[in-house]
Structure formats: C-alpha cells, structure tokens
Design a protein around this ligand. Structure first.
Ligand code: SAH
Length: 479
C-alpha cells in the first residue's frame, strides 16, 4: 500500500518491488515508476522525492518501516553516508545475481540481437580490502550527521572542523572523516589516521575547497599484491620544514611504506595529470604482478584497481581471443598496455592504441620490463589513428580487443571495425548498456559467441562484461 501525503515530497510506506539500473531499486506508485536510492526489493520505506517527471521520479529512502528478508547487516560504520560501498546491505550472492541480471537485461533489451547463453558471473574471492588504490581528501568542513547538527547548533560549531576521508555524494565541499575504510589492506588506515592525528596536533590547515585556502589537500595510497606501499600527499604550497616533519613522522610510524612522495598542487582542481610528484623516500613507484608479468605503477599511472580480479578479467579476455601464436592483435583503448602485454605471449604481434601519452610511456616501459619485444604502442584518439593506412602499415588484425570507457565506442570506430572485418573481436566493457548499443551495430557483420560478466567492485553496482564476437560467414553468393 502506498499513498501520497499532503506534503508531496515524501511518499510513505512504499513497497520496493524490483532492482533498477545504477544500483537503485524501483516501485510503482499511482502509475508512476519511482527509482529509489538506498532500498532493496522487499523493503517498505518512506521515500523523499527528488526529480519528478510525468512517468517517473527519483528519490532517497528517508525511513525504513520493514526490512527486506534479502538484507544483511552492513559491515562499515560509515555506511549510509559514504557513497563508496552502497550495496553493503545486500549479501554478496544477491549482488552477483543482480549484476548478472543487469547484463542480461541490457544485452537483450538494448542490444536486441541473438545471444548465446550468458555465462555465470565471475565473483571476487575477496569482497573486502580488494582495491589497490584509494584517494582521500583533506577538508576543513567535516560532514556532520543530522544528530550532530541538533546537538551542536551552527552558532556553536567551530569555524574549522578538520576531516580526512571521502566526499559526501553531491556535497562537493563536505568530507566524511573516515576512521576505518574496508576497501584496502592495511596499512591504509594506519597511514590515514597517523597523518590526520599528527596534522591536527601540529595545527596544519586542512584545505578549504570554497576559499581555496589551507595546506593539506589529498592523500593517495596504493598497495600492490607484492606488498609494496606508495603514498603521495598533495599539498597546496611548499612549506619545507613542516613538510619534512610530516613525512618523517609518517615514515617513522609506518615503516612498511616503500615509496613516499609529495606533490605541490596550487591549482583549483585536484587532478594530478599536469603535476610533478616528488619522491621523498624510495624508488618513486611500486611494482604489481599479474601472473608472472610485472607492471610498474608510477604515481600517475592507471592500473585496474582490483588486481586479483584484473587477472581474471584478462584471462577471460585472452581465452576469448583464441590465440595460437600467429595472430596480429590490436588492443584499442589500451591504457598502460596491460591487456595487450598479458595476451602477447600467445600472439605474433600486439598493437596498442591509447589517448594519453603518459599511459603509452608506461605501456612501453611495461613491455620492456617483461622483455616483450613484439608490441608497439601508439598515442592518439582511436578514430584518428585507426585509419586504413594504419592497418596497412601494422598488419591486418586477426583479433581486435576493445576496452572503451563508459560511453562505449565512437560510432566511427564501430564502422571502421565493420570495414576492417577482423575475424574475431573481444569487447571488454564497464557499461553493458553502451556495449549493447555497439553490439547491435556490429551485428551487421558479427555474431556474439560468448558473454562473460566479471565482478571487479563488490558492494557497488559496477560490472565488467567481456563479449566475444565472430565475423559471420557471408551468405553463399552461388559463385
Ligand atoms: N585496457 C586498459 C584501460 C581501459 S580504460 C586496462 O585494462 O587497463 C579506457 C582507456 O581508454 C583509458 O586509458 C582512456 O584514456 C582511453 N581512451 C578514452 N577515450 C579514448 C579515445 N578516444 N582514443 C583512445 N583512447 C581513449
């Protein structure tokens, strides 16, 4: 039962019916579909409405009346406020069921092409402490819960209230003070809490994102499966004596740090790409391993954030390539070349294409470290690089691997693949909706022969999906 109250912004006692896309659930109220954040099918909840259109509306749970039998107790004390692991209230098995279903629905409804049966999703063995990289923000505006605000009205609150943690979703200037994050192995929490305590004790100013004042800005921690630990502290300006004091203290408290860097960032935004991290201690990078291959990770390098699952994702991708050792493989959107390098031992040659020059430099370095000489990497937009003469110069592709960002492939690239007609295409995607759209276009010449979803991010709605496509045999022309 549901009814609208006098105050139209709250829907009361809504029975949540089903899962929807992007980690939301849905319900139908008076003929309108309501997309709900923070609920699970089977819950009965009050919903605070946000955007509302004729046929649908969006809202957030404001109160739970009845808990769904599907629910489990969240393991993190920051759950409900932090946007990081939104699905903790669902047992992992249920999360996987839903992800499998989402891939099926997207490919069938949006793709509308014949499909083989979709293989059961490959889940993670480790559902906590699975990330190899986390970025925390320093802020002088700590997020406070409604209860805290009632206990200490605004007038009584200190002008600066330091926090080190994650941004609150949709509140750009508020940061949740995270004590324990379960997404990464230790010493991540020890590092974070040591820096926070020391900085408060020393009265170091935490950054004010509205005024662009303060000293401490970001903290990036990366831990490899080989046990190496890289820490990069971003500061708004150089303050040598205090910086050395802070870094020295951190190293003393956390001796397992293998590389300690700092980066001066006096820009308004937080992005690192145009900044120069400085090494204070250690070699300035860490090394990650996938099977027996090594990958150098510099402070600005991209690397899949769940190493163990990246290995599985790449194994699926390599299997789908059906390599015998004689193939020319193109790795489009190759990033730091990891998929191409991973498949290279079974191929005659691997050609990588990627937009970001630093990623290509890492790809070349990674090939060199692993003594792989039959790869070549090219910097540029895939649609500018992948022209006829590029394929003429580098060899006709036997296999094309494509791993585009969430927006999927540019239509021009899809057209080019249809024109080039490699016998086999392997499409790795982090968004099965855009993948479905591209598969529909590719269906003109390719049929989908295998589909394998892989979960890389437990407790979130994100899902990777690998699809194998084979060139369809052309109709018999009678000649
Ligand atoms: N295959 C890699 C990275 C995939 S992420 C891995 O597994 O690690 C997608 C990559 O596509 C990013 O590195 C991004 O920089 C790159 N990219 C985005 N748009 C691009 C374009 N138009 N042309 C080439 N590369 C692009």
């Amino acid at each position: 039962m549901s009814r609208k109250k006098d105050k139209p912004r709250i829907l009361e006692q809504v029975l949540v019916e089903d899962y929807a896309a992007e980690g939301k659930s849905l319900s139908r109220v008076d003929g309108k579909v309501i997309f709900i954040e923070g609920a699970v099918p089977g819950d009965v909840v009050d919903v605070r409405l946000g955007k509302s259109k004729k046929d649908w509306a969006e809202g957030k749970v404001s109160r739970i009346h009845t808990f769904s039998a599907d629910r489990t107790a969240p393991f993190c004390s920051h759950f409900g406020i932090c946007g990081g692991c939104k699905w903790q209230m669902l047992p992992y098995k249920k999360q996987l069921e839903h992800k499998q279903n989402e891939v099926e629905q997207n490919l069938r409804r949006l793709g509308r092409i014949p499909l083989p049966s979709i293989m059961p999703i490959i889940g993670c063995d480790k559902t906590e402490r699975y990330r190899n990289k986390l970025e925390f923000t320093f802020s002088n505006r700590r997020y406070k819960t409604g209860e805290e605000m009632q206990l200490h009205p605004l007038a009584e609150q200190p002008p600066s209230d330091p926090a080190l943690g994650f941004h609150v979703p949709r509140l750009f200037d508020k940061v949740i003070d995270i004590t324990t994050c379960h997404l990464m192995e230790e010493p991540v929490n020890l590092i974070k809490n040591t820096i926070r305590e020391f900085s408060i004790q020393q009265s170091y100013p935490f950054y004010d994102i509205r005024q662009h004042t303060g000293w401490l800005r970001n903290l990036i921690v990366r831990i490899s499966t080989t046990g190496e630990v890289m820490v990069n502290i971003c500061l708004a300006y150089e303050e040598k004596t205090e910086r050395e004091k802070l870094l020295h203290h951190l190293l003393k408290q956390v001796p397992s740090i293998t590389t300690l860097l700092y980066t001066i960032n006096n820009k308004k935004n937080d992005s690192l790409f145009d900044l120069l991290p400085q090494t204070y201690y250690g070699p300035g990078y860490i090394t990650e391993r996938l099977e027996d291959l090594q990958f150098k990770i510099s402070p600005k390098s991209f690397f899949q954030t769940n190493t163990r699952q990246a290995e599985k994702l790449y194994q699926v991708t390599r299997n789908f390539c059906e390599l015998t050792g004689n193939e020319t493989v193109y790795d489009l959107y190759c990033g730091t070349g990891s998929i191409g390098i991973f498949t290279s031992r079974q191929a005659k040659k691997v050609i990588g294409v990627e937009l970001i020059p630093e990623a290509i430099a890492d790809a070349e370095e990674n090939a060199r470290i692993n003594n792989i000489r039959h790869t070549a990497f090219f910097t540029g937009d895939v649609i500018d690089i992948c022209r006829d003469n590029f394929f003429e110069q580098n060899g006709n592709p036997d296999v094309i691997i494509t791993d585009p960002p969430r927006a999927g492939m540019h239509e021009k690239l899809v057209r080019k693949i249809l024109e080039i007609q490699a016998p086999l295409v392997v499409y790795v995607s982090c968004n099965s909706a855009t993948q479905a759209r591209d598969l529909q276009l590719l269906y003109e010449k390719y049929e989908v022969t295998q589909v394998q979803p892989v979960d890389m991010f437990p407790h979130t709605h994100h899902i990777e999906n690998v699809v194998q496509l084979k060139r369809r045999s052309l109709p018999d022309t009678g000649f």
